[in-house]
Design a binder for this molecule. Structure first.
Ligand SMILES: O=C(O)CCC(=O)C(=O)O
Ligand SMILES: [Fe+2]
Length: 350
């Protein structure tokens, strides 16, 4: 098996099972009614209800007929394969660091255990503005500029084109989620004017110890909403709400996997929950995935929406600043901190 850094080894209770349970029931939703420029209100509200049901029961669903051209996805998939095939020294020329969170990185930790993966991060709105540090009293901001490698030379153009498509799909989904919560269709739009959205190219190399390590350890996505493209290898597992069983999300050609992030959980006052997920690796095949993390402006104070709370159903959370939450999460990627990473339950008011 050779020498493997012990930092990759998961605690006994978090190790993957060799045979995952295949997803029965993660809803597959046809988005066609939302694609027309003048959608029929009846079919739109039926679609919103279907999405609301998936958000409540699973926190995860897949979409087809989403309107993202296949060639845009194929191009970014190819560019990602080309980039990660480069020698490490080449990739490290665009390394991410504590000052610039955009670029290449190969030592991410989730819950203090190292992930078996390499990543390349880029922001969608540029420059992205976020706090300069996680320190609560430090008001300084920084502008994040993307780093693009010389090779593949088309990487910037291809990634930006994909980002624009994700942006359209993300806002379509936010509108449907707003409708499903009985809110105005554009209720969430204002939060994303100066968004901190970013895209990650994930590369999971074949792993000699797939039963001891994970591509990404169990976690919840901290932002509003995630749109994930996965290839045909499979490995993403979702913790089923009904019984806590880890369920494999079966790859579906040209579908995107959508999951509710922590912010929607708070906005909806726990009606929709951000669900834990993780990534298994295998010893034979490399795997690629591309999550788009739709995040609001750094100055957003995240709290349950006033329309969704009342005397009978009071707010479950105290407001928190998204920028500081985001910076704290980013920081823990670099240091193996001995304390638990920041979580929304730290802001629960009971
Ligand atoms: O690779 C995947 O399937 C999921 C990755 C993921 O959950 C993440 O990057 O947050
Ligand atoms: Fe995730």
């Amino acid at each position: 098996m050779g020498e493997v850094d012990p930092a990759f080894i998961q605690a006994l209770e978090h190790r993957p099972k060799p045979h995952s349970v295949e997803a029965q029931g993660i809803p597959l939703i046809d988005l066609s009614p939302a694609n027309s420029p003048d959608p029929d209100p009846g079919s739109l509200s039926a679609l919103a209800a279907e999405i609301g049901d998936a958000c409540e029961k699973w926190g995860f669903f897949q979409v087809i007929n989403h309107g993202v051209p296949l060639h845009v996805r194929e191009k970014i998939d190819l560019v990602s394969r080309k980039f990660f095939a480069l020698p490490k020294e080449e990739k490290k020329k665009v390394s991410r660091d504590e000052v610039n969170p955009s670029g290449y990185y190969d030592t991410e930790h989730t819950k203090n255990v190292r992930d078996w993966k390499e990543v390349f991060d880029f922001t969608v709105g540029e420059p992205m503005v976020m706090p300069a540090s996680h320190e609560p009293d430090d008001r300084e901001l920084k502008e994040v500029i993307n780093q693009w490698p010389e090779n593949p030379s088309e990487m910037r153009e291809v990634c930006e084109e994909y980002g624009a498509e994700m942006q359209k799909l993300g806002h379509k989904l936010l509108e449907l989620i707003a409708l499903s919560l009985g809110l105005a269709r554009d209720r969430f739009n204002g939060f994303f004017k100066d968004q901190t959205t970013f895209i990650r190219l994930n590369y999971y190399a074949p792993c000699p110890i797939p039963d001891l390590a994970l591509g990404v350890g169990r976690h919840k996505d901290g932002g509003a909403l995630t749109i994930l493209a996965q290839d045909d290898v499979g490995g993403l597992e979702v913790k089923r709400k009904t019984d806590g069983e880890w369920i494999l999300v079966k790859p579906t050609p040209d579908a995107y996997i959508i999951n509710v992030g922590d912010i929607i959980q708070v906005w909806s006052n726990d009606k929709y929950e951000s669900v834990e997920h993780r990534v298994k690796v295998n010893s034979e095949r490399e795997r690629f995935s591309i999550p788009f993390f739709l995040n609001p402006a750094h100055y957003t104070m995240v709290e349950p929406l006033e329309e969704l709370v009342n005397k009978q159903n009071p707010a479950n959370y105290n407001p928190y600043n998204w920028g500081k939450f985001f910076s704290t999460r980013k920081r823990s990627n670099y240091k193996k901190l001995d304390v638990e990473n920041i979580q929304i339950h730290h802001f629960k008011n009971y």
